[in-house]
Design a protein around this ligand. Structure first.
Ligand code: MG
Length: 387
């Protein structure tokens, strides 16, 4: 590596404070296969070898909890964005670390860019000072008069549709932002100041997610509340303690299982994970894993609560049903409720414990086991910024 190469320090600047009016929901936090759009973009930049990443956002705490922390993106710098895209880029530029020599600007809503294109744009910028990914225009382009009629047909051979990434020597981009207020495209702003900006062939899949039709079908707009369902059943056997909701209940038989077999706590944990879209406890705490032999299920529930919190959710209400021919649950219900409410961090008045028999029907009716069901309502831990 030459001395000149050694001096190159790259920062990515990602404007992500837009209002997404054409999308109608907060597109950068919308999930594609469970991963927020912004997270996908940042992982891409990280993978392409950017030294630092600075993101301009509306609500830093919200973005950190939903799109950064659960995905290990702790080194990303979040900056309060501005009213316009160029305001946001300018604020980000003020936060690139000292020693930064080059800046790559990339739209938060372009998660389909290839690492190859990013590196290509960076390489051209290192050679020439400024580079911009762009696609040749394939349609014929007309310029119209004020009356709406065609005034002229442009020569499309020299027309390009700008994409990001765009990359610049820091001093060129900083000068453009100081000298061309209100620009909507960084490459255009740098070119306006007279610096050559080299066009790098962009990629058709590298679209900017703009309207709902751009989102894949797997995208689920963020919602403020979510509901999860849990169900569990364990066999009753002699020689085991009976634990329900973390409370030991005197009984000649107990539930059989790898952990303490607390069927109620398992159902609640599954409902909680389900509300946050995090699968089920079997995935996170495999039944054969010796680490969970005889495990205290309340401790597992606490870990589920923490995982759900990391994903940006918290339980606010639960309704639970225990199905058992015996023992009677009623006398223990309030102790169980208080214990579970403490672990979940919810008001005990929002946690309802019901119990019933199976009317003598089937295996539950013969007292061969105990089943439990739970529904949990979870809410987002920070207000979701609308569209
Ligand atoms: Mg279980």
């Amino acid at each position: 590596m030459t001395a000149a190469q050694a001096r190159r320090v790259w920062a990515a600047v990602v404007p992500a404070a837009g209002s997404a009016r054409r999308m109608g929901f907060d597109k950068i936090l919308a999930r594609i296969d469970g991963v927020p759009v912004l997270t996908r973009t940042l992982l891409l930049l990280q993978g392409a070898g950017l030294d630092h990443i600075v993101v301009g956002v509306k609500d830093a705490e919200h973005v950190r909890s939903l799109a950064l922390a659960p995905f290990g993106l702790d080194a990303v710098t979040l900056v309060a964005g501005g009213e316009t895209r160029s305001d946001t880029v300018r604020r980000c530029l003020a936060h690139v670390p000292p020693g930064t020599t080059y800046v790559l600007v990339h739209d938060a809503a372009r998660p389909y860019c290839s690492a190859h294109l990013i590196r290509q744009v960076m390489a051209v910028a290192e050679e020439s000072g400024a580079a911009c990914a762009a696609l040749p225009i394939v349609d014929t382009v007309h310029r119209s008069r004020t009356d709406g009629c065609i005034a002229e047909t442009l020569d499309r051979r020299n027309l390009w549709s700008a994409q990001t990434p765009q990359a610049f020597r820091l001093d060129l981009l900083a000068a453009a932002h100081a000298g061309v207020p209100g620009g909507t495209d960084d490459a255009g702003m740098v070119a306006t100041l007279g610096s050559p900006v080299h066009v790098v062939a962009g990629e058709a899949p590298n679209i900017k997610l703009t309207v709902p039709a751009d989102m894949p079908e797997s995208t689920i707009p963020d919602v403020p509340f979510a509901v999860g369902l849990g169900h569990d059943i364990h066999r009753l056997v002699p020689g085991r303690r009976l634990i329900l909701g973390g409370v030991e209940i005197p009984h000649p038989r107990g539930l059989l299982g790898h952990s303490d077999a607390d069927v109620l706590t398992h159902a609640i944990a599954d409902a909680l994970l389900g509300a946050a879209g995090l699968g089920d406890i079997g995935q996170h705490f495999p039944p054969g894993d010796p680490a969970y032999a005889g495990a205290d299920s309340l401790a597992l529930l606490a870990r589920c609560r923490d995982m759900v919190a990391a994903a940006g959710w918290r339980a606010v209400q639960a309704d639970c049903l225990i199905l058992a021919e015996s023992p009677r649950i009623g006398p223990h219900a309030s102790v169980i409720r208080d214990k579970l409410a403490t672990v979940l961090g919810i008001d005990p008045r929002r946690l309802n414990i019901k119990a019933g028999t199976n009317e003598g029907l089937g295996s539950l009716g013969r007292g061969e086991g105990i089943a439990a069901q739970a529904v949990v309502v979870a809410c987002r831990t920070a207000a979701s910024s609308p569209g």
